[in-house]
Design a binder for this molecule. Sequence first.
Ligand code: ARG
Length: 583
Amino acid sequence: MEIGFNMAEALERRFAAVAAEIEEFGEGFIPDVRPADPRFGDFQANGVLPFAKRTGRNPRNLAEILVGRIKGSSAGRFDVTVAGPGFINVTLRPAVLLEWLLAYGTERDLRTGASDLYRNRIVVVDYSSPNTAKQMHVAHVRSMVVGEAISRLFEFAGARVTRDNHIGDWGTQYGKLIYAYKNHLDQEALKSDALEELERLYKKGDALCKEDPAHLEQARAELVKLQRGDPGNLKLWEEIKRLSEDAFEEIYGKLGIRFDFHLGESFYRDKVDEVYAELLEHGIAEESEGALVVFHPDHPRFRKQPFIIRKSDGASNYASTDLATVLYRVREWKANKLVYVTDSRQQDHFQQLFLTVERWFAATARPVPELDHVCFGTILGDDGKAIKTRSGDPVKLKDLLNEAEERARAIVQEKNPGLPDDEKDDIARAIGIGAIRYADLAQNRTSDYVFSWDKVLSFEGNTAPYLLYAVARIHSIFTRMGDTAEIDERQATPFETEQEQNLARKLLDFAEVLKMTVGDLRPHVLCTYLYELAGDFSGFYNADKVLVDAAGTRARRILLCRRTLLVLEKGLHLLGIRTLKRM
Ligand code: ARG
């Protein structure tokens, strides 16, 4: 059997080929090989049971026939046994584990192996996408962190990725904001903290409109002027947009996020007419009470609940610009997969958007892109409610990131007072930002989670500090061992001890974990794996001395150290987390 990056898939091919030669199997048999509970072996083939059921045969018998043939052709590469009613357990021989680890020894090897997953895919990841004239608060961090991790994972899996920040820069809020800006601006405040002042102005405008319909009239008039292209209002709007984007950039800088495009809603405002026309022409959209709407007759809810794509006053909205955006991305960038990272409250919007796009593209004979809404839950405070400051305001993201660094700095100071100051700062940055990111990624993204400083900054458990420490520890092991560069891995002899074998198997699982992570777009799968890998490494390192006299044993233990470091570092980088050589 040949080695493949994903050994479950290599075995699948092997089993299918053997079965094809057996009369009892033939058409329609899928071996269904997947990683197994380590107590039973490395892999498990579950496909015989459903096949036997379908064809009215005895599964145990069939499994035994198959296993008999596979054994005959396994050439001592793996062991197979039948278990229970007809499952097949597979255990790779240690020599095969070794062969795999030698074959996938560099970042590049791993990348090449993984690149089959999304080869030739052109993916747009739409993430962060905040609204202008507002601060980012804690709730905004998830889209950034999850979006960046997913983008990196796609790239690693062979896709061409475009990161697009679909900024909310064209909404009705501009009427009130411009009205208040013209009448109540505090220049000094704008200079010292622009977003703070813009937020104050928006609130002021909003309050005025509620107080007196005369204000509301004037705010509406400002919005209409803006939408008609009045130069003065356009200039103001541009200024507000620029101030907002500068503030966002500061946060992106801290998180090491860079977009390829920042094409916000306003970019599409002159591209919506084509959308209306096509949807009308193909009978997908209809007029309803002056608005243009789409119903989906086959959907239990959306056959009654309209997707409003043009408001009754003729203005475009979030839905219209999103429709135009899909067309733009497919047409200009040839995208065949679009991924949107927002909180779960937007599920209806995206379901309606996707249903509309599917019908619209089918009607216009365009290839329908794959559409994914990667949604996420809320970050909660200790009280189980959306996280807030003591005064009840949403926590500003800027403040959260600064506090993370400060707290990490105190920990570094305590643990390692002797390091130079600038290195302590750098370590604190990596731990602080890494901790915030990892806390977010390690949760199943669709669940809400409770944020606690003690938990995210803990050096124990499934946290960034624990994993960063595991990485630094392996670096320090290498430092202590002196020069190991000339130890030739190819002298390694097959794994012997239980701990060596556990760790080697775990390393090989990386391929399947990547597949699962990018398949479901759930970074926590990779997090859990890295955490377990670090644990298996500890188990191995505590049990087996590395620098022994026997050259073969020494080489294979060095190999395990090197590969663990490679996979831990690569895995963390894919999640967007910066690793350290010492801390
Ligand atoms: N601006 C929106 C918000 O803050 C998110 C935009 C997501 N992207 C999109 N293409 N709709 O909720």
